[in-house]
Design a protein around this ligand. Structure first.
Ligand SMILES: Cc1cc2nc3c(=O)[nH]c(=O)nc-3n(C[C@H](O)[C@H](O)[C@H](O)COP(=O)(O)O)c2cc1C
Length: 340
């Protein structure tokens, strides 16, 4: 792999041997082997969530991803449930890069560090950032409120990120939330980040295994179509998330926003999971490519970057464009400094 421009060389590119400091966030079932392989080949690096994988399939799923990426991908654990078994399976499968969020990360960090792994911690406050070094975290992921999916912070990236950098005691910080292109990468670096972590932009990539209709919605949606809600809470309760307004949301709103237990269509089965289990309305699962039934009724996670996403592009084009644009922005800034 050819190394990128020195200006884009950071502690992140060094630690993961990347050409560009661009990470793909886990995007539900969208982060399959083909998607992660495309990320690796683009010079970036992708993460896959283990949350939605039944424990008995984790090993096989990770083996496919290892083959596609030559072992160069990370696994994400949402610590809202006990994930020690999935972590052990992932370590057995050779995974050494992990991302953690929500819940008590301490015991997980210890196990990962003992196995020689790298830990990314997604957080949303300077107080958490101040604890990262002592916990043994290698990289902080600062998730601004603009993000798509589940949210951890109150503040947006523009103010959150520098405050996290200030509090991090030297632990390198990756910026998440509201970043979709090379301008965002340079801006994040100006605020102290060593790279970016992007979700929504990669949902609308050709290789992601998110549902085609969901990708089209990400491209078509406007800022006014986004809502922050706790509505899709089957499988993950009381956590705000950002989605594109869909039929489930509108029906609930029209019904006067009733509480859980009284919402319209709570017993509707809108689809089936790949393993055959019924998938009910209000489930946390995002629509995946082969999903049958009413995919549009499921949560269409997306962040404010939808205003910057105008087409479904290949991962290589997304990452390549980020690299080219970032370089052009840096050149433009340098040129401005020499004028007059
Ligand atoms: C479809 C989708 C699924 C996500 N699932 C996870 C997840 O399982 N674990 C996680 O740490 N973050 C998850 N995220 C959040 C991302 O990690 C990231 O913080 C966010 O997408 C960044 O903001 P952006 O969407 O503006 O790029 C998800 C995001 C999306 C869009």
């Amino acid at each position: 792999m050819e190394k990128g421009d020195m200006a884009l060389e950071t502690p992140l590119t060094k630690a993961l041997d990347l050409r560009v400091p661009v990470l793909a966030a886990p995007i539900g079932r969208g982060s399959n082997a083909e998607f992660l392989g495309a990320m690796t080949h683009s010079g970036g690096f992708g993460f896959t969530a283990l949350m939605h994988m039944p424990e008995e399939t984790v090993s096989d799923e990770l083996a496919q991803r290892r083959r596609a990426t030559n072992g160069r991908f990370g696994a994400n654990l949402s610590l809202i449930v006990d994930q020690r078994k999935r972590l052990a399976t992932a370590l057995d499968a050779g995974v050494r890069v992990f991302s953690l969020w929500h819940g008590d990360i301490e015991p997980y960090v210890r196990i990962i560090k003992d196995a020689g792994g790298l830990v990314f911690w997604t957080l949303g406050t300077p107080d958490e950032a101040a604890r990262a070094k002592d916990l043994g975290v290698d990289f902080i992921v600062s998730q601004g409120r603009e993000a798509g999916g589940h949210l951890v912070a109150r503040a947006p990236t523009m103010t959150l990120l520098p405050s996290i950098v200030d509090a991090a005691k030297g632990v390198p910080v990756v910026a998440a939330g509201g970043i979709a292109d090379g301008r965002g990468l340079v801006a994040a670096m100006a605020l102290g980040a060593c790279g970016v972590w992007m979700g929504t932009r990669f949902v609308a990539s050709r290789e992601s295994a998110n549902h085609r209709g969901y990708k089209e919605r990400v491209v078509a949606a406007r800022a006014t179509d986004l809502v922050e809600t706790e509505l899709f809470n089957v499988g993950w309760q009381a956590c705000p998330h950002r989605v594109i307004r869909n039929s489930t949301y509108s029906r609930w709103e029209d019904a006067g926003r009733p509480a859980t237990g009284h919402r319209p269509g709570e017993s509707d089965q809108i689809s089936r999971f790949p393993d055959g289990r019924p998938l009910y309305r209000y489930d946390v699962a995002a629509a995946w490519d082969a999903m049958e039934g009413d995919w549009e009724a499921s949560p269409l996670y997306a962040g404010t970057t939808i205003g910057l996403i105008h087409d479904v592009k290949s991962v290589a084009d997304i990452v390549g464009d980020i690299e080219t644009t970032a370089q052009a922005v840096l050149d433009r800034i340098a040129a401005m400094r020499t004028v007059g």
